[in-house]
Design a protein around this ligand. Sequence first.
Ligand SMILES: Nc1nc2c(ncn2[C@@H]2O[C@H](COP(=O)(O)OP(=O)(O)OP(=O)(O)O)[C@@H](O)[C@H]2O)c(=O)[nH]1
Ligand SMILES: [Mg+2]
Length: 261
Amino acid sequence: MTTNANAGTGARSTTGKPPATPTSPEKSAATIATGWLHTAKFLTTAPELHFLPALDVPEIAFVGRSNAGKSTCINTLTQQKQLAFASKKPGRTQHINLFALGKQGVMDAVLTDLPGYGYAAVPKQDKIRWQQVMANYLVSRSNLMGIVLMCDPRLGMTELDEVLLDVIRPRVQEGLKFLVLLTKADKLTRSEATRALSITRLQAGGGLVQLFSAPKRIGIEEASLTLWNWTHPAGAGNAVAAPLEQSAPLNTAAAHPPAGP
Ligand SMILES: Nc1nc2c(ncn2[C@@H]2O[C@H](COP(=O)(O)OP(=O)(O)OP(=O)(O)O)[C@@H](O)[C@H]2O)c(=O)[nH]1
Ligand SMILES: [Mg+2]
């Protein structure tokens, strides 16, 4: 296994705390987390839930609008250029794609790249079909233990994101982990970023919200640590600094199935 000890170098803090120094516990924890993410390998792809293998390791799904940057985020966190298909053209990811993580070839977690929603050019029938596939996955995948919602802060939380929150709310209340990444943070001024964080934290009911940028390497260490800590809880024999964890009560109301844009 190769690890990239420099994976987080230059990353801006997304929390207001000073960045970790090379010798700090946060730094070594981030090195462990980024090294672990670098082990990612393509596992399988499927057009819908029932074609996926049943797994007994924790699974973390990346969800969000088409073009939000889900596939790019997976490639950035795993320090691999083309693990997931990323493209300027929205709608690039069209299957449920699983990536296995684990040192020494022992799988201990899985990342899932899901197709995005809200892409206007997709035919209506395809939209409805995909919404059903995604809702089914999010509600029924038994080893799903965390969700990363990628949200472009220039669009903010859209109606479709709210629908998604409604779909996953019962599982979050049962303990499903939940992180909102405000992606493409390189496009924001500092004050826009601060404002986007505050607004999204309110919308996410006080849940965990972080800035993220692939090209500017913002938020990579924080996101890596969050995923590591979700899947390797304290006491499981690891020496990772305390996570930036909070519970994520979601504050939007009525539950209903995903609807088309
Ligand atoms: N500036 C900037 N562009 C980004 C960032 N992340 C992704 N992009 C760009 O956004 C576009 C879409 O990225 P993808 O990763 O394919 O988005 P996706 O959410 O997987 O899209 P679908 O597969 O269609 O759902 C690409 O052109 C990326 O280069 C980022 O942090 N900053
Ligand atoms: Mg994609």
